[in-house]
Design a protein around this ligand. Structure first.
Ligand code: ZN
Ligand code: FE
Length: 258
């Protein structure tokens, strides 16, 4: 049966986005990466939504900080990657790469995406066109490589790149404008990137969010998804090199970018 997801963005802390979503046929309500509890509980209550699930992408405090308080308040089920069960507070249900997690009438494909951490996963609702990718893929960026290797991180991004262009990318931070400032220094002749960068500046000047973005747009403009694209390789002077090496170089340049 086909369904939809009603997805609400909740801005918390400095620049985190918590995603609250409801599958209307079952009434299932999920929270992706609750950094904190109070604003999430308030938003759900305002809408008359009863939280049934928390979906965690990885263990960082700005993604699991609200887990226990929300679970105590609602009795919801906390879902996370089996590999990281020891680091996810209150975890009830573990999932693995390739699992299809049922969320009411919707289904998330669980994708293991190590790199930012070694226990990171993404939830891809392929039918409903929603990708919850935590700190792996950002609008015009990717997460810092805290625990993984370039081989792992590029492998993860390459898998996300294999998803459909019309997927919406629900990442966990509003980092887009600073990511754009970096991206335009990498691929100076990417017209779509220049246009997108200008649109982002305009949106942020009006105080608008830039997330979710479209995966198809990320494929055309996000330097971290383009380590295997000849025009990007040429732009960084690495034509014909292994995409893992190109990714590592772009990640390094971002790390030292001011
Ligand atoms: Zn993180
Ligand atoms: Fe984060």
């Amino acid at each position: 049966m086909s369904t939809t997801l009603d997805i609400v963005r909740i801005s918390v802390l400095n620049d985190n986005y918590v995603w609250l979503m409801r599958e209307p046929q079952s009434g299932c309500v999920g929270v992706v990466d609750p950094a904190v509890a109070a604003p999430v509980l308030a938003e759900a209550q305002k809408r008359g939504w009863k939280i049934t699930h928390i979906l965690n992408t990885h263990h960082h405090g700005d993604h699991v900080g609200g887990n226990l308080e929300i679970k105590n308040a609602t009795g919801c089920t906390i879902v996370g990657l089996a590999k990281d069960r020891a680091r996810i507070p209150g975890i009830d249900v573990t999932v693995d790469d390739g699992d299809r997690f049922r969320f009411g009438e919707a289904t998330a494909e669980v994708i293991f995406v190590p790199g930012h951490t070694v226990g990171h996963c993404a939830y891809a609702f392929n039918e409903e066109k929603a990708l919850f990718c935590g700190d792996t893929l950002f609008a015009l960026g990717c997460g810092k490589m805290f625990e993984g290797t370039p081989t792992q991180f590029w492998g993860s991004l390459a898998r996300l790149k294999g998803l459909a262009d019309d997927m919406r990318v629900y990442c966990a931070h509003e980092y887009t404008q600073s990511n754009a400032r970096f991206a335009v220094t990498i691929e100076t002749d990417n017209v779509k990137l220049m246009e997108r960068s200008a649109a982002i500046d305009a949106a942020r000047a009006k105080g608008e969010a830039t997330v979710p973005s479209l995966l198809g747009e990320e494929k055309q403009t996000n330097p971290f998804l383009r380590a295997d694209v000849p025009s990007l390789q040429k732009a960084v002077g690495m034509t014909g090199k292994d995409p893992i090496e190109v990714f590592a170089e772009v990640r390094h340049r971002k790390d030292v970018f001011r």
